[in-house]
Design a protein around this ligand. Structure first.
Ligand code: ADP
Length: 501
């Protein structure tokens, strides 16, 4: 990967780009058995990128059968951890070697800026994959403290055939978060990218093959949710579905599991995260910058987006005024320009959904402090202005539902008790932040907010060594860290009777 991006480097990479389009089963690219395809549109300009294979239930059956056969063969599932480590580390190397191409593919596919894909998503994905490669020959099993004449071995086995269903907001990275831990633990995997973002997932298959992964261990089925995703999640020979996406679909996946073989389900289903600012916080200007980035970064298409600004009444006016000012520096621009902060919204449906919420917010009586407009229409693409709502009540739709766009709802409170009540008054529980100089208050809030990740005096700390996932309807299970391995491994207890003669 070149050190820094220039317009020339980007243009050259775009010119040399070839966009992958087919499904990948048993080490080979092919069309759907039914020859069906779907149009893959770039939100940058609304133009067709390519026609992509639309995997149908027939393809799902084929992929699952291949994944099962490969798993049972032991070619990967029973290979030495040191071997799996070698292959996964080689894969990380290949991600790096092809980093610019992968960044360009993701930008083209979903409209996020090349700066984001190149400097954050690709390096983040490489780091993640490498970390799981490195951990696998350091995971030990246990022996339980049973009576002297018995031995109970507690061992971890791969769960079997895993399906990863991923969203479009970080196409490469969300896939990498599942691919690393699922493969390194010895499973066979079928990856279903979102219909908006199939390109890097399809390309990944080639890189894994080049890294030496045996045929049939990794398969990719591009397609939609209701046909491809549903057939996968309902399949009786799939052992686990690892899903990141909306709560609505997460609930469906749980239902599919219950209707079929009770497969294990791991879910990360978004949030409506509170960002609580106390009047005794330190350095308001920095907090404003971090808070604005935490909602407008990645066009607000982030599951942990700080979408509810919960600010103490005595500093509310000043804070909102400063956030509005900051938002002006975060206008959407050409995603190919390395200096753009925001890029395009993923598709027309999502753009309309965001605008619909903004209209709804106005109808419910919230005040638009800034924004509220569709932008850059002349590009043919889908862009939205950073938007701040003031005077929001926490029971309004814009404060309760995940918008997944650059829309901030500002709510005020008087006491810590009230802030806590508002923060927890949500069906979600993914992330939350508290800003205060009072260590006592910070700890108590952190203990009592029901969320998987709490940020104290920050909103941007993240590391793959730390688990990510939600309380309440934000999900089940965790990505990242060694805790993510729990999704892809199952425990076996083996009792051995010892005859002490
Ligand atoms: P978003 O609202 O962010 O687009 P979704 O939850 O709709 O999130 O989509 C996330 C992933 O879930 C995508 O890969 C999508 O194709 C898939 N998906 C959508 N509906 C279903 C479904 N009924 N069954 C299985 N997967 C689905």
């Amino acid at each position: 990967m070149p050190e820094a991006l220039t317009k020339e480097i980007i243009e050259k990479a775009k010119k040399n780009l070839s966009c992958p389009s087919q499904l990948f089963i048993d080490g080979k690219y092919s069309n759907s058995i039914t020859e069906k395809t779907f149009d893959n549109i770039s939100p940058i300009d609304g133009k067709l990128i390519n026609k992509v294979t639309f995997s149908q239930p027939e393809d799902v059956n084929k992929a699952v059968a291949v994944a099962r056969k490969t798993f049972e063969s032991g070619v990967w599932s029973r290979s030495a951890p040191a071997h799996r480590k070698k292959v996964i580390l080689k894969f990380a190397e290949l991600l790096k070697k092809n980093g610019l191409e992968l960044a360009v593919l993701d930008t083209l596919d979903v409209g996020k800026t090349i700066n984001d894909t190149y400097t954050a998503d690709v390096p983040g994905s490489i780091k993640n994959v490498r970390w799981y490669g490195e951990i696998i020959d350091k995971v030990y099993d246990d022996i339980a403290p049973t009576p002297y004449n018995s031995l109970a071995l507690i061992t971890k086995e791969p769960i079997g055939v895993v399906v990863a269903i991923v969203p479009w907001n970080y196409p490469l990275m969300m896939a990498a978060w599942k691919v690393g831990p699922a493969l390194v633990t010895g499973n066979s995997l079928i990856l279903k990218p979102a219909e908006q973002s199939p390109l890097t997932a399809i390309r990944m298959a080639e890189l894994l093959a080049e890294a030496g992964l045996p045929e049939g261990v990794f398969n990719v089925l591009p397609g939609d949710g209701p046909i491809t995703g549903k057939a996968l999640a309902l399949h009786n020979d799939v052992d686990c579905v690892a899903f990141t996406g909306s709560g609505e679909v997460g609930k469906k996946i749980l239902g599919y599991s219950g209707q079929s073989n009770m497969k294990r389900v791991q879910l990360e289903c978004g949030g409506k995260s509170p960002n609580v600012i106390f009047a005794d916080c330190e350095n308001l200007d920095t907090i404003v910058k971090v808070s604005a980035k935490a909602i407008f970064g990645n066009q607000g298409e982030v599951c942990t987006a700080a979408s509810r600004l919960i600010v103490q009444d005595s500093i509310k006016e000043e804070f909102v005024e400063k956030v509005v000012k900051e938002s002006k520096k975060m206008m959407p621009g050409d995603p190919w320009d390395p200096s753009s902060f925001m890029g395009a919204i993923v598709d027309k449906t999502q753009l309309d959904k965001i605008h619909g919420y903004v209209e709804q917010g106005k109808n419910e009586g919230a005040k638009v402090a800034t924004g509220g407009n569709i932008m850059l229409k002349n590009t043919g693409g889908y862009y939205y202005e950073p938007t701040v709502f003031d005077n929001v009540k926490n029971n309004m739709k814009i404060a309760q539902e995940e918008i997944f766009g650059p829309v901030l709802s500002s709510i005020t409170f008087k006491s810590a008790e009230e802030a806590l009540k508002i923060a927890n008054d949500t069906s979600y529980g993914l992330a939350a932040a508290v800003w205060t100089r009072d260590i006592n208050k910070a700890h108590l809030m952190a203990k009592r907010i029901k969320a998987g990740s709490i940020f104290v005096n920050n909103y941007d700390e993240a590391d793959l060594t730390v688990p990510a996932g939600g309380f309440k309807q934000s999900g089940i299970g965790r990505d990242n860290s060694y805790h993510a391995l729990d999704t892809y491994l199952q425990l076996k207890s083996t009792w051995i009777k010892l005859a002490d003669k």
